[in-house]
Design a protein. Sequence first.
Length: 278
Amino acid sequence: MALDNVEQFRSKRDEALNFIQSKTDFQPEYLLILGTGLGQLGDEIDVQDSISYDEIPHFPVSTVESHAGRLLFGMLGGKKVIAMQGRFHFYEGYTMQQIAFPVRVAKALGAHSLFVSNACGGMNPNFEAGDIMLITDHINFLGDNPLIGQNDDELGPRFPDMSDPYTGRLREIAENVALENSLKMHQGVYLAISGPMLETKAEYRYMRQLGADVVGMSTVPEVIAAVHMGMDVLGISVITDECFPDSLKPVVLEEIFAAAAQAEPKMTQVIIGVLERL
């Protein structure tokens, strides 16, 4: 699939932007991306407007179970937020540009920060299904990224720095929220792979040796796009299965959703707590 040049991207972004602004005058400050099994955080938002992805020009459409596929505009933790109930994945056949497109649109709407969540497999032996992890860094094994192609200098530099993609100030606030509420929250490195197949025992061993604590199929493209545009980023992973090579069991989707449901209240508490302190 051919990549858009700068003019094509701007035309699509502006068309999506104009459509959204014709439906709501809400001006968000924070973009929330809700991952697999984590869409219920939307229930905590005092929703003022809602738009389905399939209504918005050039917006991808969620094809994964548990992804509602709509934008929510409203208040959470006393802040103006836009929440993506459902995200897009490389394995669905979307380009990296398409995956990052909603982040670009949210920035144009006024969002200055990205709060991103995901469901992932835990490779660190100290992690258990149902735990949450504050992302301190990531490894991109997707084989692609949303900055390939022409650079739009109005969005960000050709060679953006990625030495600290997850904003230290936000991570510190999240740590304090977890401590104050006696929530166990690990910290670690997220590794992104394309999927949709899960990994082999040898692959888990290899990724663990590289320094990854968890593995998933999302998050990194959106974070790269956000950092490119100068947005602050907070990332939280929900460990939905345990990926220990010597005791690996076949994954059952229902168990993943159950683990996400167990962890979601903790993640929700942290995200709301961070927003309240900003």
